[in-house]
Design a protein around this ligand. Structure first.
Ligand code: HEM
Length: 479
């Protein structure tokens, strides 16, 4: 591990790993040791798969065997999940100082050695640490709601809203030390999984070799903050419901979907629970069973203070998701367009950057290196191909574009608001969906005129998601 970055850089990691002995997990005792082993092995696994000229579709026994064992024990998939790269991959710089302070955090492992990579992980660590006290706080609120104790529920909701505002401030510090271009081109490819990665060079997934000779291909999503259990806790405790990706609220909204793909039936947010440590996912299930705050507030609508506190918490969480969309735009959408603008032809770009790519169905002009050009684009300037692209859009692909997915999650966050004005405020459409969207209109990153943000229709793949061609962009952890 001490040489991991150098071995990746020199493309010698595979040779070294192939010659390693297969280590036993017998010496691992405490949870902390198992977690450390999992994190180390995940870094080695993704370095092995993605750290060559083309991806490796096999993981040799020195990594695969212990990785399968520790994953089983920790109830996580054998890939670099959010737990592997964030939750279990940090240390305090000074043990007597809190870990919700970015100035007291360091990473244990990175693929690149870049400060940008450390910062990317540490922002999440600080958010988790600062957000953690919300869990006991809202458990208190649940108990108080059972006792019909309006004052305590109101107090807890106010504190929740205030702390969510803190989390937004931490999220916005991403820009300080993580450069979007480095993130997009250097860090993100290592986080990619093995699911729907045909165009990245993993048509079947990855074989975890255990020496039995009977192994079959496995496919997993890569690592993403969508695997954070605390955000799902926030949603559950506030009674926010996330519909399957692409599904609108009610039949009345259907008319607003003209020209868009039919909804996908997968619920990405739910799927991501399988990438959380088992106890986290079970905890969320338990909370779901006792969550009563929304019902309580709805039953006490006449209590203005309670309603305001609840709506404020929703509004803060919605605003956090809004800021996150801005970040995704800056770190994925804009860099993907810059790469696109630099390339001579879409075909050439697709070949060169065919890493960390996902697409649900292999189709012309879909995805590359975490970048998926829409079919319209892949037709280049050819009007005939453009027509084809349009056809594709109308037909739909059964998936959803990244920004549409994130916007849906954001908008669903405001839906339970009790006060009429708050509900209207949070369901407002900032501008017409699609072109000239608010974040395209006001990039916090100067847009190069030749890149033409807002005029091209580029799509990128995500961290854990396959985000298809019908809208704007894809995500990070390729799903
Ligand atoms: C450079 C920074 C970031 C980028 C580029 C980014 C990108 C993405 C992408 C592409 C997705 C869609 C799922 C996927 O494909 O993986 C996603 C989802 C998500 N991200 Fe981020 N993310 C970043 C930072 C963060 C941070 C710091 C947090 C908070 C700890 C966060 C929280 C979430 C959550 C909760 C979701 C699930 C969707 C939702 O609940 O709204 N992200 N992110």
């Amino acid at each position: 591990m001490a040489n991991l970055q150098a071995l990746i850089l020199s493309k010698r990691l595979r040779g070294v790993v192939d010659r390693l002995p297969v280590l036993s997990t017998i010496g691992l005792e405490h949870d902390a040791e198992w977690r450390r082993a999992y994190s180390l092995l995940s870094f080695m696994a993704h370095g092995y798969i993605w750290g060559g000229d083309s991806p490796s579709d096999r993981l040799p026994p020195p990594i695969a065997v212990p990785l399968m064992k520790v994953s089983q024990r920790l109830e996580v998939p054998p890939v670099a999940t959010y737990a592997a790269v964030c939750l279990w991959n940090f240390k305090p710089l000074f043990v007597d100082e809190p870990i919700d302070n970015l100035e007291n955090l360091a990473t244990l492992n990175t693929f690149t050695g870049a400060l940008d990579e450390s910062w990317f992980y540490l922002i999440s660590v600080a958010i988790e640490a600062r957000g953690a006290p919300i869990i006991p706080l809202m458990l208190t609120a649940i108990a108080a709601a059972r006792d019909n104790d309006v004052a305590t529920v109101t107090r807890c909701l106010r504190a929740f809203a205030e702390r969510l505002d803190d989390l937004s401030s931490l999220l916005q510090r991403m820009n300080e030390s993580c450069d979007p271009i480095i993130f997009y081109n250097r860090i993100r490819p290592f986080l990619a999984g093995s699911k729907n990665m045909a165009e990245a060079g993993l048509p079947n997934g990855v074989i975890y070799e255990d020496g039995s000779g009977t192994e079959t291909y496995q496919q997993y999503s890569g690592g993403s903050n969508a695997q954070s259990s605390i955000f799902q806790f926030f949603d559950i405790v506030l009674g926010i419901e996330h519909r399957p990706t692409g599904e609108k609220r009610g039949p009345g909204d259907e008319s607003g979907r003209k020209g868009q793909a039919p909804p996908s039936k997968h619920n990405f947010i739910m799927d991501m629970r399988r990438y959380m440590p088992g106890p986290h996912a079970r905890f969320l299930g338990d909370i779901q069973a006792v969550s009563n705050i929304r019902e309580f507030v709805e039953g006490h609508r006449q209590d203005v203070q309670l309603s305001i506190a609840y709506d404020a918490a929703l509004s803060m969480l919605r605003s956090l998701r809004d800021k996150h969309i801005g970040i995704v735009t800056r770190y994925i959408v804009i860099p993907s367009r810059e790469v696109r603008a630099r390339s001579r032809s879409p075909e050439a770009t697709r070949r060169k950057l065919n890493l960390a790519t996902a697409s649900r169905q292999p189709r012309p002009g879909v995805t590359m290196s975490g970048i998926a050009f829409s079919s319209e684009e892949s037709g280049g300037g050819d009007p005939a191909r453009k027509g084809e692209g349009k056809q594709d859009r109308l037909k739909g692909t059964g998936g959803t574009a990244l920004i549409s997915f994130l916007k849906q999650a954001r908008d669903e966050t405001g839906e339970p608001a009790v006060e009429e004005w708050a509900r209207r405020f949070m369901s407002r459409q900032i501008r017409s969906e699609g072109k000239n969207d608010f974040f395209f209109g006001k990039p916090d990153h100067p847009v190069r005129p030749d890149v033409g943000v807002g005029t091209e229709e580029v799509e990128v793949a995500g961290l854990a998601g396959t985000w298809t061609m019908d809208d704007d962009v894809g995500g990070i952890c390729n799903y």
